[in-house]
Ligand binder design. Structure first.
Ligand SMILES: *Cc1c(COP(=O)(O)O)cnc(C)c1O
Length: 460
């Protein structure tokens, strides 16, 4: 008999988690103003809020922390990290930052000005926030297949080249600081971008004299999908594939809390010294000196080791297969999910799950609350609340799909936990017609409202 698949690690340290009762959860979610970001961690049984900074570090990462060099300038930890980044990405110039949005803040302060246009594939919320905060506009050029959750397309993160060319030909290059490609594309369901597409975007951008930047939080998962789905690459290593991917960009921002498997950290890497020089000024102002940028030496060491582990095939195979496992379970129960299943999360199509709810009552947020009440499982809304209001008209922006995202922390939960999540979801699916009202907004922030929003049940 062929031996079955199993995880590429064993467990050395554990953390207890606590189940709660539905009665407890009803009180807690009301106190949290129906916003799961306001829940305390002890009130959550299985936490799929995000895969950001929630992974388990390895023994090698923890031991690297003990060797951290806390010198203010020129620490060996900085050098080690810079060299690892160069080995993996090919970028010679590098700035550490405390997390991904800080990298965006520094890089966009350097490159983006009022009135600019930044085309890309379903920009991440902080990316869009940093563009719109500078009175520039993000234009979504993702392929249409991304918005049809049942369409089978191996690379739903791809940029539609016709849409991109429309933008590049409509505006002069002075108004387009760069094209941004998010790999994998978080907002469309953790969907990968093909090598073919990255290459084509690069060629088109060259023709219009516009640079290319990668939002590379999950570049290793993207490389894994290229290896699995793009024939030419099936025999290449993850490192080789990542190297070619980055050869098509001029710079990258990184949230190390994702594919570099650390709890906090980020960086920017550049091909051109000129961008590095300009960005260094902002890095010193916002983050810290250019050899630490908001990170401790020990954290830079753990990050360097995390980048090495995060680009190993065996690790990625374990990781992506677990996400796939949960996705397949949900599909067996007929629950509508974005297919193929993404790299870091399963995205449930809440509009198909609760088609009878009016859009102003936020179907995805309603399902997030139901899942918490049903199983103590915390998920997140990637829908109208996250999409925010239009900066000019202040109307709600209704996205093409209302998603509930079940993001899976790296190396943290077992497939038994996934079974609990799937069963909770099935119970809700079985009684979905009894869910007749959603939620309305009581209070919201002017930008990135979903983090702090306060809600109440509609009609109350
Ligand atoms: C998480 C994330 C960011 C922002 O990074 P933080 O570390 O959370 O600040 C940017 N882009 C993408 C695609 C992300 O997933």
């Amino acid at each position: 008999m062929e031996l079955p698949f199993s995880e590429s690690y064993k467990i050395k340290m554990v953390e207890a988690i606590r189940k709660s009762t539905r009665d407890e959860r009803e009180v807690w979610i009301k106190e949290a103003k129906y916003n799961v970001f306001n829940l305390q961690s002890y009130q959550v049984y299985i936490d799929l809020l995000t895969d950001s900074g929630t992974g388990a570090m390895s023994d090698r990462q923890w031991s690297a922390m003990m060797l951290g060099d806390e010198s203010y300038a020129g620490a060996s930890s900085y050098r080690r990290l810079k060299e690892t980044v160069r080995d993996i990405t090919g970028f010679e110039w590098f700035l550490p930052t405390h997390q991904g949005r800080a990298a965006e803040n520094v890089l966009f302060s350097t490159l983006v000005k009022e009135g600019d246009i930044v085309p890309g594939n379903s920009h991440f919320d902080t990316t869009k926030g940093h563009i719109e905060f500078r009175k520039a506009a993000a234009v979504d050029c993702t392929v249409d297949a991304a918005f049809d959750t049942s369409a089978d397309h191996p690379f739903k993160g791809n940029i539609d080249l016709l849409k991109l060319e429309d933008v590049l030909s409509e505006y002069p290059p002075e108004r387009i600081p760069f094209v941004i490609v998010t790999i994998t594309c978080n907002s469309s369901g953790g969907q990968p971008v093909s090598m073919d597409n990255l290459r084509a975007v690069r060629e088109m951008a060259n023709r219009y004299g516009v640079p290319v930047v990668f939002d590379a939080a999950r570049f290793a998962e993207n490389a894994y999908f290229i290896k699995k789905r793009e024939k030419l690459y099936s025999n290449r290593s993850i490192r080789e594939i990542a190297g070619e991917m980055f050869s098509y960009a001029d710079a990258m921002t990184m949230s190390s809390k994702k594919d570099a498997i650390v709890n906090m950290g980020g960086f920017i890497a550049f091909r051109k010294e000129e961008w590095f020089r300009k960005a260094s000024v902002y890095n010193i102002m916002f983050e810290g000196f250019i050899t630490y940028g908001g990170m401790s030496g020990r954290d830079m060491n753990a990050l360097a080791r995390g980048l090495e582990e995060g680009t190993e095939f065996e690790y990625l195979d374990t990781r992506v297969r677990q996400v796939e496992y949960l996705g397949q379970k949900l599909r067996e129960y007929d629950i509508p999910v974005q297919t193929p299943i993404g790299g870091h999360a399963v995205f449930i199509d809440a509009g198909k799950f609760l088609p009878h709810l009016p859009r102003e009552e936020f179907a995805a947020q309603t399902l997030v609350t139901e899942l918490y009440l049903e199983g103590g499982v915390r998920s997140t809304e990637i829908g109208t609340l996250l999409a925010d209001r239009d900066p000019v008209t202040r109307e709600n922006r209704y996205p093409a799909v209302e998603y509930v995202r079940l993001a899976i922390p790296r190396r943290v939960y077992t497939n038994n936990h996934m079974n609990v999540v799937a069963a909770a979801m099935k119970n809700i699916y079985d009684r979905r017609e009894s869910i007749i009202r959603g939620y309305t907004i009581v209070r919201e922030a002017p930008i990135m409202r979903h983090f702090t929003i306060e809600l109440k049940p509609a009609g109350e």
